[in-house]
Design a binder for this molecule. Sequence first.
Ligand SMILES: Cc1cc2nc3c(=O)[nH]c(=O)nc-3n(C[C@H](O)[C@H](O)[C@H](O)COP(=O)(O)OP(=O)(O)OC[C@H]3O[C@@H](n4cnc5c(N)ncnc54)[C@H](O)[C@@H]3O)c2cc1C
Length: 814
Amino acid sequence: MSKSPLPSRAKIVIIGGGVGGTSVAFHLAELGEKDVILLDRNELTSGSTFHSAGLVGQLRADPTLTKMNMHSVDLYRRLQKTDTPPSWRECGSIKLATTPERMEEIRRQIGWARTFNLDLKEISPKEAQELFPLMDLEGVIGASYLASDGQVDPSQLAMAMAAGARAGGVQIFTHTRVLSIQTEKGRVKSVTTDKGVIECEVIVNCGGMYAPSIARMVDVRVPIVPMSHQYLITDNFMDPNAPLLPSLRDPDSLIYFRQEVQGLLMGGYERNSKAWSADYQNFDDIPANFNNQLLGEDWDRFEEIAVNSQRRVPKMSEIGVKSFINGPEGFTPDNEFCLGESEVGGFFVAAGFCAHGIAGAGGIGKVVAEWVVAGEPTMDLWHMDIKRFGASYRSPDFTLKRISENYEAYYDIHYPGEERQSARPGKKSPAYDWHAANTAVFGEKSSWERVNYYANHESDDALKPYGWAGKHWSSAVAAEHRATRENAGLFDESSFAKAVVSGAQAPDFLNWVCANDVVKGVGRTVYTQALNTRGGIESDYTVTQTGETEFFIITGTAFSTHDFGWLEKQKREGGFTDVTIKVVTEEFACFALMGPKARTILSKATDYDLSHTNFPFMHSREINIDGTKVRATRLTYVGELGWEIYAPVADGKKVWEALIAAGAGEGLIPCGYRAIESLRLEKGYRAWAGEINTETNPYEAGLGFAISKKKDKFIGKDALDTAKQSRKLVAMTFDDIRQVPLGNEPVRINGSVVGRVKSGGQGYTINKAIGYAYLPLEHTTPGTSVDVEFFGTWATGVICAEPLFDPDNSKIRL
Ligand SMILES: Cc1cc2nc3c(=O)[nH]c(=O)nc-3n(C[C@H](O)[C@H](O)[C@H](O)COP(=O)(O)OP(=O)(O)OC[C@H]3O[C@@H](n4cnc5c(N)ncnc54)[C@H](O)[C@@H]3O)c2cc1C
């Protein structure tokens, strides 16, 4: 490690010398960043890294993560040829299925692995046993095999990446503890260590399970909890000349194996998880001297895993145990990494690797280094972005409950529409009790309780989708969809994230950050996207001008931290000192009244003139409902005539009940979020994190109509003006409404895979199943026949002109 004195200045300071920090350093050096320092309070690898099991699997539940892990494998192969090889062994890996559901999962994974050219293949139980002869096949009905998976020595891996970083100019200082971090005008300014102060522009917190305590130095919340994770290593018993066994995962038995010298390493995910030192106050504070240390053996908790392992590999009951490892590892509430720039400018986090940090390190280092250099993510990293965590994760109790639930279900099959059970009920709409009393079935988003559907609308299962899409399906959704199209539906959308942007510079600021012209006069509402500098869609929302210098912004429930945090960043970096962004989510309820009878119904609840001439589409007014002043905005996310009504929370329940009463005799029914999803898919309205994200540009997403032609400057305009469109989002339909794509399925045209499904659902008005996919331009002509792979079998659909419902918008502009 560096013998030179600690510099007093560096552009970038990385805190933490595990696989995370060394990989970020390595990739920053590869990008040509010379002025980088890495600090560790102890030795490199002395946190979680040194006691890792070292399995490297590439296939994850998310395409981006899979691509990142594929980069890891490429990198480890490359490092193996250097002077500091990390002991990369490409032994392959097997995953077993002992239930039909697991086999479906395997077939689904094989389908979408095909879209990355990842050579995952189905093998028979016998073939699996030939590859891993120690295995007993009891209960095994099938398996998959990925030849390019492998294993690596975690400490050597960190050392190899550190060597590469050093060769690229990074200076590494061990036994240098960060004690505090200083900020100025919302940005990092310096770090104070026990060896001196370093002024810097960027800090990357690669502190693993220590990351929350480092982040507290700048009052940033990193919801990571150290969880105990255990494995054992047996005595040697195998022929030293035999080829290396592939890794073996038997998720139905909660266990994994890999060969370790001539013995086996075996670990798993216990059903009774245990956080380390969880006292609900300071549970993520790690003792100052906890480096190169393990936790005490906890055989009681490991018993189920040990018993299962003996059933799968009978030899396990004969051979002795050489060592038993209980090591803490940082887990996040959804088992995804915690990456990216926090609300403090220049303070990045790359931590919370949830026991797949060795597999992920190469890819994590790459995307975080690119993010630091570009100032924005270079691919769609939403599922890993620190900004996906809402305010509820500030609570240690909430965070721990979520993490425990996830840890214990790590190996479970997660079906679409599955809901979290822990730490509920969370935040409630003022009409929550009404919903509960009226058979609402609630889901949860960003800790808000939201109505999925009302059980009393259920009928029969004639439309129930095949396979996974049918697992959490309800016939009530079709009834609510139809009621909205035929009469009217009332939706409680109180969880929408809401902010007021005001100040003398607010109009200029918003027209700089938004791609549409959002300053159209008081009372006008505009749908807009905010773009990144590459022209990708960073977020999308509606902006209502409520005063000369005041605007009301509405975005999705889960996007508050992300979208409003991004606005704060642009405000800071753009020098807009006279702009205030105030989050008001919990001050207003929101009820959406949608459907052909919406005007008739709302007219019964207000004396305001709701005629089309007096209250046109995309306009917003203050009106009275049952004595309460509310904001009514005429827009729609379901493709019908309708209003979103924003009422003060205190009067929310009263307003809800007044609207329900006004709908009596008009066919109005209360409806849930599942119906919104079906209605908006049919109408072709895009969802951020669904069909659109930071990697998609508005033109290819079919959203060019929302790009202002009149403005000559806004973020992302230059990139958009020069972008060459090579692909387009298309709608595909399937005549059998029960054949529902879930997302990520490969799409084939004339026998070649040309894309993967982004999203899918049922369209109850058009009576077809719907899927959306980005396809190369030459394949996007309506009428083109497409094949989509559903769990190993191909079904034929057709590309259709959009929108699938009401193409001339006649329903909306009544
Ligand atoms: C038992 C076990 C088995 C595992 N098996 C696998 C596996 O098979 N495959 C896989 O992919 N993953 C596995 N993992 C996960 C993997 O080991 C981790 O995800 C990874 O090592 C985390 O690396 P990191 O760099 O984020 O954190 P760490 O390795 O913990 O590094 C963080 C560093 O930050 C330093 N630090 C903290 N505070 C400060 C400060 N104030 N100033 C300076 N430095 C500081 C610490 O000293 C430490 O060195 C396993 C984990 C465990 C516990």
